[in-house]
Design a protein around this ligand. Structure first.
Ligand code: NAP
Length: 464
């Protein structure tokens, strides 16, 4: 059956929250044509003027925070007590704007040749399609939108159905900031329509953030069109607590890294390997903290753990937990103590599993939910082997007091980012990237501008 509407079912009560008709083909064509037209002028606007416009956009967006916080809770379940995600949005946007001039400056040829002017300029790629997920609806989208526009591109946004209102907020902030008509357009698209746009070659680059299966579909849809792709996909991020770690700090931060946003963080901690000297204390401390979560309505200030974004996501994690227990894992949390988890809804009690191994789905496949498996390890070698035993590689966190050891272990890890004594964070100065099934390309940092521009070489002989 053809999709005709985009529907967001609120995880709070399972009721329909928003419904939008998908766009007509004519409206899509018009948006593509308007973007192409607007980009022709925008690419010649000096970077400083583009940045001034983006600054106005950012301010307009940030001013919406009060309305956006409960809206996020209603759409995907994050508790309002955490205050939304605009602090990170501002940090990343301002960083990417701050480095735009430098990142877009022409690169002179490495060697001087008398009589010649030689350089590589960075040209915008043209039209950038941003496809965003619901888990951090503003943070994930801003990573691509701001640098793409700063680099002189036009942007088309297809936001997740679960957070369709976030796309509309971006549009409202762009309009308020007076961004030229057509330069940024939020599109309500079905998967088929998105695939057709990608296959047509009418966009020049697509930044997709989402699941591995979604990334595969996007790659297939774009095949043969020469559209370049940035793919930021799923993960199964590990942490390793070494014998020399500050154990209390590790417990507190890793529990937060595993359970914040109900575990629905791309770089959330999903597997923990603890050195045998700390293992018992770590498990005890982690379980104690997890028991303290308050699962409930995310609009309630007392709630520290909201529902998952959709019942089907909670069912997947329920299945993983059950499979692990059936294979001999020990579940440390009694779900009955979390009254909001009645079994058939998006509300899911957090879980800590021990006695786990890599034959279990919960240690191999992305959970993207409030569950974590903890394993005992004898030292660095075993921890490295287990951390690398995964089809994914987004981030890996090492808890230690030895920065040289962290770097040396990091050199052996198959991952996009190595953290020491922190996790579940994106540093805008560093490339956000993944290995293996977690993706291709890089966003954030000056490297983000590489994929949003194309090189153009100038070889000019001025003295004959
Ligand atoms: P998803 O189901 O793959 O969807 C992501 C976006 O892609 C949504 O806008 C979705 O639209 C769209 N989409 C999915 N399949 C499509 C298709 N065949 N054709 C066209 N559009 C398609 O992922 P999600 O559930 O929203 O997000 C969770 C996943 O994202 C997790 O795996 C997480 O690890 C990953 N993630 C990764 C990063 C990173 O930096 N690596 C960051 C955040 C999230 P609809 O909503 O309309 O289906």
């Amino acid at each position: 059956m053809a999709e005709t509407d985009i529907v967001c079912i609120s995880p709070i009560d399972g009721r329909e929250l928003v419904r939008r008709p998908i766009m007509s083909e004519a409206a899509i064509d018009a948006a593509l044509a308007a973007a192409r037209e607007a980009q022709k002028s925008w690419r010649h606007v000096p970077v400083s003027e583009r940045l001034a416009r983006l600054d106005a956009f950012l301010n307009a967006l940030l001013a919406m925070n009060q309305e956006v916080v409960p809206e996020i809770a209603q759409q995907m379940g994050r508790p309002v007590r955490y205050g939304g995600e605009f602090r990170g949005v501002e940090e990343r946007a301002r960083y990417m704007m701050g480095i735009a001039e430098k990142s877009l400056t022409p690169i002179p040829a490495d060697d001087e040749k008398p009589g010649f002017r030689r350089m590589i300029k960075r040209e915008p790629v043209g039209l950038v399609l941003v496809i965003a997920p619901w888990n951090y609806p503003y943070l994930t989208a801003i990573n691509a939108i701001v640098p793409a526009l700063a680099a002189g591109n036009a942007v088309l946004l297809k936001h997740a159905s679960q957070t369709v209102l976030a796309g509309e907020r971006f549009q409202a902030a762009m309009d308020k900031a007076g961004v030229p008509k057509g330069l940024f357009t939020n599109l309500h698209l079905s998967h088929d329509q998105t695939g057709r746009i990608l296959g047509s070659g009418l966009v020049d680059h697509c930044n997709f953030t989402g699941s591995v299966s979604g990334g595969r579909s996007i790659e297939r849809a774009a095949a043969g069109s020469f559209t370049s792709l940035g793919l930021e996909l799923g993960g199964k991020d590990p942490a390793y607590v070494r014998a020399d770690a500050d154990i209390d700090h590790a417990i507190e931060n890793l529990v937060d890294g595993a359970f914040f946003n109900s575990g629905q963080c791309c770089c959330g901690i999903e597997r923990i390997y603890v050195h045998e000297t700390h293992y018992d204390r770590f498990v005890e401390g982690a379980v104690d903290l997890v028991k303290g979560y308050v699962l409930g309505n995310p609009l309630d200030e007392a709630t520290t753990l909201g529902p998952m974004a959709h019942k089907r996501f909670a069912d997947l994690v329920r299945g993983q937990n059950a499979e692990a227990v059936a294979k001999g894992a020990r579940a440390h949390i009694d779900a009955k103590k979390f009254a909001a988890d009645t079994g058939g809804t998006a509300y899911l009690a957090p879980q800590v599993l021990t006695n786990v191994d890599h034959s279990m789905s919960v240690m191999r496949d992305e959970s993207f939910g409030p569950t974590v498996g903890i394993m005992k390890v004898s030292g660095d070698e075993e921890a490295i082997r287990l951390m690398n035993d995964s089809p994914y590689g987004l981030s890996a966190a090492i808890w230690t007091s030895d920065v040289d050891a962290a770097e040396a272990i990091g050199d052996k890890l198959e991952t996009g980012t190595v953290f020491m004594n922190r996790c579940d964070y994106l540093d805008p100065a560093l490339a956000w990237t993944g290995v293996k099934d977690t993706g291709r390309g890089a966003s954030l940092s000056r490297l983000a501008y590489e994929s949003l521009t194309r090189p153009k070489s100038y070889h000019l002989r001025h003295t004959l």
